[in-house]
Write a protein of this length. Structure first.
Length: 66
């Protein structure tokens, strides 16, 4: 069994889509505002795109901070 994992970022995908956030949002299945939110996260500190699925970092809230 051979599984290929492709990891990329929104800024890299925006280059592929020539800066078209709407087109990228449709490809990822997310809102255009979400694409804009992560468009300047060049170091992938808050998100990654793994095999076409957007994965984001969540902030710890309340009792989760322990």
């Amino acid at each position: 069994m051979n599984v290929e994992i492709k990891i990329t970022s929104i800024p890299e995908l925006l280059i592929k889509h020539r800066g078209n956030q709407t087109q990228l949002a449709v490809e990822l299945g997310v809102n255009r505002m979400t694409v804009g939110k992560f468009a300047r996260d060049f170091k992938c500190q808050l998100h990654i795109v793994c095999n076409g699925e957007l994965m984001t970092k969540t902030k710890l809230k309340g009792n989760q901070r322990k």
